[in-house]
Design a protein around this ligand. Structure first.
Ligand code: 13P
Ligand code: SF4
Length: 307
């Protein structure tokens, strides 16, 4: 849909206010197209935390889901992290609480806890090292062999990492409701429709879906694959918001979603209006108690140090 005149006015106001406040807008690859287009940087969870760590802006407007904005606030205690929509939480991140994790750790004393970045700050604070889908294999490979590992909360990402690394891991039974909608039969159907297309699947998908993929990649990995490979057609097994970016960066190539139903509703709550409102009113500032933040930071820093 072409942008409306009112969108141009909103964008102009956002850009003006952003300049006055020395703010930077970071957006995840699943955000609405209009949000991606107004952002200074669009990326996957790892790229966004690396960007937050390096920015010299005073304020970060974080367009994604809550744990992503929290991660920026964990890394940047001296900056104001604004989150335009407080209800935009990731359901998978809410599938484990700090009390759940403490109980699990008691059952396995001495185990190393690897937490997916899709967790609350309080769960990160109970963990030893964080990971994203882009570096989970590398993070687990960095742990001494023989060490017992608890991986939370994504059973599908965890199962895939265990397979890739040959490490046994205790998995938490969490999952992403959006990626769980991407079924093997949908991939098979799309492959029949587009026989030349390569299939790229996110590690949060079910194992049967990943088994049909040509490559299993984070959303950032998918954007690189689309840019660097000679493939002209790709089938995407992930949230459909990424297609806006892929199409924009690769106008000559064709991208098909495995399933039109792979929508993360919480990711779509942030709009141009809420970004402007956020900048105008300094809402909602992400605040994390220092005791939690400093412990969570250790787990996030250990991941970032791996590069
Ligand atoms: P990426 O880090 O691959 O962007 O994934 C984040 C996410 O929440 C996927 O559902
Ligand atoms: Fe969470 Fe899934 Fe949405 Fe990613 S797509 S933010 S894992 S619910």
């Amino acid at each position: 849909m072409p942008p409306l005149d009112s969108d141009f006015a909103l964008v102009a106001d956002i850009l003006q206010l952003k300049k006055e406040k020395k703010a930077v807008i970071l957006a995840h690859n699943y955000q609405l197209g209009e949000v991606q287009d107004v952002a200074d940087f669009v990326g996957d969870s790892l790229e966004l935390s690396q960007k937050a760590a390096r920015t010299d802006a005073d304020t970060i407007v974080f367009c994604g889901v809550h744990f992503m904005a929290e991660t920026a606030a964990i890394i940047c205690p001296d900056k104001t992290v604004l989150f335009p929509e407080p209800h935009a939480g990731c359901p998978m991140a809410n599938m484990i609480t700090p009390a759940d994790l403490r109980k699990k750790k008691k059952e396995h004393p001495g185990a190393t806890v690897v937490c997916y970045v899709n967790t609350t700050a309080a769960v990160k604070a109970e963990s030893d090292v964080c990971c994203t889908s882009a570096n989970a294999v590398k993070v687990v490979q960095s742990l001494p062999s023989g060490e017992e590992i608890i991986f939370v909360p994504d059973q599908y990402l965890g199962g895939w990492v265990a397979e890739q690394t040959g490490r046994e891991m205790i998995l938490w039974p969490g999952y992403c409701p959006t990626h769980a909608r991407i079924l093997a039969q949908d991939i098979t159907r799309r492959k029949q429709e587009h026989p030349k297309a390569k299939v790229l699947v996110h590690p949060e998908c079910r194992p049967e879906a990943k088994a049909l993929a040509d490559a299993v990649l984070s959303t950032g990995g998918m954007t690189r694959y689309a840019r660097e490979s000679d493939q002209q057609e790709m089938i995407l097994g992930t949230e459909i918001g990424i297609i806006h970016r892929l199409q924009k960066e690769n106008p000559g190539k064709r991208f098909y979603p495995v399933s039109e139903q792979a929508v993360c509703p919480r990711m779509k709550l942030i709009t141009l209006d809420t970004i402007l409102w956020s900048l105008q009113n300094d809402r909602h500032i992400i605040r994390i108690p220092e005791t939690v933040r400093s412990k969570a930071r250790r787990a996030v820093d250990r991941m970032l140090e791996l590069g």
